[in-house]
Design a protein around this ligand. Structure first.
Ligand SMILES: C[S@@+](CC[C@H](N)C(=O)[O-])C[C@H]1O[C@@H](n2cnc3c(N)ncnc32)[C@H](O)[C@@H]1O
Length: 254
């Protein structure tokens, strides 16, 4: 029998949670998120991206990773929903010379406190804005956002359909959705194996955060049902690693 979903607290609003989350090593996962986002946006024609194996790129930048030409840009408003300490917006700004503004939305004061500190330290206050708000009631008008991205928030939401409806509402016709989260493992054994493999070097509280998140995550089939229920006709969901699913969509209308 498959593992049932067990909810975890929605908002990560203690100092300990925020500090422990922020100090875990998210670099590989975040870099992959930004590269996959850019690859998807490039495929849909919204940003000029030069892939690492083309002739246009200097030898130093060649390789399997996505690299960007010097003029690369990602126009319009970019929203990061459940941005936490803004590590993904920071990674995006480092990779794309012209992007934004990026609005980093979260409902946790403590996560945003650290986000603002990072943004200030990197002198990016004019490019990344931190906004304390609920992903279930986003303060953006219908069809106003060009790119909506989100990593690892859906498993926090008791009724994810509420967030999916909001994302659907705020994206512009022709706009992009790029949504990634953990995928609930099929058994307790697989949970423990993933915790050992990806959080083995972390402290006990950090391991517990990861374990709870895996238990609270959705399966690919559950996400597919949500996309159907919320009218994301053009969206696709698939497993993109041993512990993640990813939704991509370009909204119809352009
Ligand atoms: C696991 S963290 C991911 C943070 C960030 N996206 C990243 O990848 O590093 C999940 C974040 O979602 C936030 N969150 C949970 N429920 C939320 C809601 N209803 N509205 C906005 N943010 C929420 C939490 O406070 C937390 O910062």
């Amino acid at each position: 029998m498959s593992l049932a979903r067990t909810l975890e607290p929605e908002v990560m609003d203690t100092v300990e949670e925020a500090v422990d989350y922020d100090s875990m090593n998210h670099t590989t996962v975040n870099r992959a998120f930004v590269q996959d986002l850019l690859r998807y946006v490039a495929e849909t024609g919204s940003v000029r991206v030069v892939l690492g194996d083309t002739e246009d790129v200097s030898p130093a930048r060649q390789g399997t990773e996505t690299s960007l030409d010097a003029e690369a840009s990602l126009g319009g408003t970019v929203i990061d929903v459940g941005a936490g300490t803004a590590l993904i917006p920071l990674e995006l700004v480092r990779m794309v010379p012209y992007v934004g503004p990026i609005i980093a939305v979260d409902l946790s004061v403590e996560m945003l406190r650290l986000a603002v500190r990072h943004i200030r330290n990197e002198k990016l206050r004019s490019r990344i804005l931190a906004l304390l708000t609920d992903a279930k009631y986003l303060p953006f008008v219908d069809g106003s956002c060009d790119v909506v991205m989100s990593n690892s928030i859906v498993h926090h939401i008791p009724r994810p359909v509420d967030v999916f409806c909001e994302l659907r509402r705020i994206i512009k016709p022709g706009g992009i959705l790029f949504l990634r989260d953990l995928m609930r493992p099929v058994s307790e054994n697989v949970v423990e194996q993933l915790v050992g493999q990806y959080a083995g070097g972390d402290n006990v509280h950090q391991q517990q955060l990861f374990r709870q998140s895996l238990h609270a995550a959705l399966s690919v089939d559950e996400v597919r049902d949500l996309l159907d229920a919320t009218g994301f006709e053009t969206a696709r969901v698939c497993a993109t690693s041993d512990r993640h699913w990813t939704v991509t969509a370009r909204m119809p209308g352009l």
